[in-house]
Design a protein around this ligand. Structure first.
Ligand code: LUB
Length: 235
């Protein structure tokens, strides 16, 4: 827990949705199948995160989820399909997280920070995130094409930075698309270094440093003339 000090620990990470029908029969069976698929995916993520793509076999996944290989194959025809499903699952969550963060009514720049906070927690706690990252880092060794990394994140942060720009939140010299690329590079770079050197043990700390160094430099200084919080002083 102390690892996450200063980072929003409350999880904005969406919990996978399973449709609740309350019905019996085919719907219930479908629900159960969906839940099984999810369990397999999560166990696969844990193994991929731990061992990497090449060292993971369907048998390992089946053992981890305590099912037969046949049960795993019923949901995922091969290892490639599992890898793609993990990465797709990862990317499909960010818009949901953004919606949850939007619900807090923060400014665009603080929304950016909160999205990175959420990603930090996910890096530390979520096997889908840890596996997705590892698979993407090993993408040359993965014998199936994965979606390009970083693109969704860069677009998402660019959109928010442009909003920040429109609302006068960015310093004058700051180009919102450049700010997005720099922020994404700094965040994922810090993560990569922390992962390689310390197994992410210091990642929350490293992210706080990035955050507290980068964002004050991007932010417009409140104008002395218009800042409502400006202390009333003479002269
Ligand atoms: C990366 C994550 C986590 C790629 O968006 C992305 O591409 C990524 C989160 O969505 O890792 C790492 C090569």
């Amino acid at each position: 827990m102390s690892q996450n000090k200063g980072v929003a620990v409350e999880s904005l990470w969406p919990t996978p949705k399973i449709q609740r029908s309350g019905a019996t029969g085919p719907l219930l069976r479908q629900e159960r199948a969906e839940r099984t698929r999810e369990q397999i995916l999560h166990c696969a993520a844990r193994i991929f995160a731990e061992r990497g793509y090449q060292q993971t076999g369907i048998k390992d996944v089946a053992d981890e989820v305590a099912m037969t290989k046949g049960a795993v194959y019923f949901h995922f025809p091969n290892k490639q399909a599992l890898a793609i499903a993990v990465v797709d699952e990862l990317y499909s969550r960010w818009p949901v997280t953004l919606e949850a963060v939007r619900g807090k009514g923060l400014s665009p720049l603080d929304t950016v920070i909160e999205m990175f906070n959420a990603a930090t927690v996910a890096f530390l706690e979520d096997p889908i995130m840890q596996a997705g990252t590892r698979l993407q880092n090993e993408r040359d060794a993965v014998d199936v094409e994965l979606p390009p990394p970083y693109v969704d994140w860069t677009n998402l942060i660019s959109m928010l930075m442009r909003e920040a720009h429109q609302q006068g939140q960015l310093a004058q010299h700051v180009d919102p698309d450049v700010a997005a690329r720099v922020a994404v590079a700094a965040f994922f770079g810090a993560q990569h270094i922390s992962d390689n050197l310390n197994g992410r043990a210091d990642f929350a700390e490293r992210w706080r440093e990035v955050r507290d160094t980068l964002f004050p430099a991007l932010r417009a200084r409140p104008s002395l003339a218009t800042d409502p919080d400006r202390p009333v002083t003479r002269g």
